[in-house]
Design a protein. Structure first.
Length: 473
């Protein structure tokens, strides 16, 4: 009779024996000393196949548990209630399974199955047979019996180090893979961009003469400000749906009408300079998929390449006209529809006029801009983010200019209609737009605003002196 059978017999015959006492009795019977935990584990596995008993801790052997036998370091697991093939697992694989499954961060069954090359159903049966859970200790019974606590702790630490090395290697591989994907996408995008621009480059094929400004000295205290806001050049609207038609051709016509009207009205006047803030949702959309910067889908009848090329062409032609009357300062006010496209445009325009002394193009990525002219201070922002805080932004962000000036205004856009409010020493003037009404605005009830543009004439000593209004017919 083997020692496991003797231990079971002792346990069944004298139920008051503890596992320590059974260990002592076995030593007397077979002449070999076994650890109580090893005896208890061996008995539980044997009895799970043969019968069920209760020990002093009220433990019971579940009839539904698979049967386990061990021979030469190989466990054979059979189910009681089906004819499925037995599952075999070596002691070393079981040791690796427990170490992996019972160590944080706990992997899923699928992850362990793949890494150990064990079918998922077999893996589940092994967990059930050995009652393995995530919060179990990561060692098999023999390891606990035959090793000291210090040895087990050292082995756990070494395994954690191994986990760290593997995780670091996986992270490095994943990072390199993602970088390679990004690089390939970027390469494709650059190639696609080159092909598309090359296709439409004829828009700029003709030779353009730079504007010439009279060399006569101008002694004027006036500045003309031309903020054409919210053009939404790429917008598409259909009259039966939105109440009016609007597309890029209509946008170009309205833009040109505003520029021509301004030129006609001020051509005989003198100005120290012309301030030309561009942007403010000039282009309308910002991505290849015809969405805003934030991803909102929009209606348009323009390809993104054509939108950019025709848009910068319109801006450059308008700057050329203004620059024959006075030195021009150009700055960008980012909108919420086309932040990237507008920034590319201001960079394009700066490069275009880099050798023209009387045209200064300011490239600044900030969303709020300030321009100081004598005792006048004008702030620019699209007006979709600040809310009531705008009444305090100027004095905080440019306190020096605030102190030097007396006449202060914010010029914003976004709502396509005129609103004026004065508070805390600054006027916030939300400007009108010449754009059309699209389906979304019509459905939302944003209708009725007069399509018009306001230009402003500033006296450097007396503040705002005139507002020129151009109404779209």
């Amino acid at each position: 009779m083997d020692w496991v059978t003797e231990a079971i017999k002792l346990r069944q015959d004298v139920n008051e024996y503890t596992w320590e006492q059974i260990s002592d009795k076995l030593y007397e019977l077979v002449g070999e000393k076994y650890h109580p935990e090893k005896i208890r584990g061996a008995c539980r596995r044997r009895l799970a196949n043969l019968a069920h008993i209760k020990d002093t801790n009220k433990e019971s052997f579940d009839e539904s548990l698979p049967m386990i036998t061990e021979e030469n370091g190989i466990y054979t697991i059979r189910t009681r209630s089906s004819n499925r093939e037995p599952v075999y697992i070596s002691k070393n694989i079981l040791r690796e399974l427990k170490r992996m499954y019972c160590t944080q961060p706990y992997p899923t069954m699928n992850e362990c199955s793949r890494r150990l090359n064990i079918p998922r159903n077999d893996f589940f049966l092994i967990l059930k047979a050995f009652k393995i859970t995530h919060d179990d200790i990561p060692f098999i019974d023999d390891d606990i019996v035959n090793s000291t606590a210090e040895e087990l702790a050292t082995e756990s630490l070494e395994y954690r180090k191994h986990q760290y090395t593997e995780a670091l290697s996986r992270l490095e591989t994943e990072t390199l893979r993602n970088e390679n994907i990004k690089f390939r996408k970027k390469e494709y995008f650059y190639d696609y961009l080159h092909r598309m621009i090359t296709r439409d480059i004829d828009l700029f094929a003709e030779k353009r003469e730079m504007p010439i400004l009279s060399e006569n000295e101008v002694k004027s205290p006036l500045m003309l400000e031309i903020p054409i806001v919210d053009l939404h050049m790429g917008k598409l609207a259909w009259k039966p749906e939105a109440g009016e038609n609007y597309d890029y051709k209509i946008a170009e016509k309205r833009f040109a009408g505003v520029v021509d009207d301004i030129i006609e009205r001020i051509k005989d006047r003198q100005f120290e300079k012309i301030l030309y803030p561009i942007g403010q949702d000039f282009f309308h959309f910002d991505t290849i998929n015809t969405t805003t910067t934030a991803g909102t889908p929009l209606d348009s009848d323009l390809r993104w390449q054509k939108l950019f090329l025709r848009g910068v062409d319109m801006l450059i032609k308008s700057i050329d006209l203004f620059a024959t009357l006075a030195p021009v300062e150009v700055l960008l006010v980012p909108g919420n529809h086309d932040k990237m496209t507008a920034f590319y445009a201001i960079c394009f325009i700066q490069a275009w006029y880099k050798d023209v002394k009387h045209i200064n193009v300011i490239v600044d990525p900030k969303t709020r801009k300030y321009f100081e002219f004598g005792k006048c201070l004008i702030g620019y922002t699209h007006g979709d983010k600040e809310g009531k805080r705008i009444f305090g932004n100027m004095q905080i962000e440019v306190p020096g200019a605030w102190g030097r000036t007396k006449y202060r205004e914010w010029h914003t856009g976004h709502l396509h209609s005129e609103h004026v409010k004065e508070e805390h020493g600054v006027i916030v003037r939300r400007l009108s737009s010449v754009t059309g009404t699209d389906a979304w605005h019509f459905e939302s009830g944003f209708v009725g605003a007069i399509a018009k543009h306001q230009s402003f004439i500033w006296d450097k000593n007396k503040g705002l002196s005139e507002i020129l209004i151009t109404v779209v017919e």
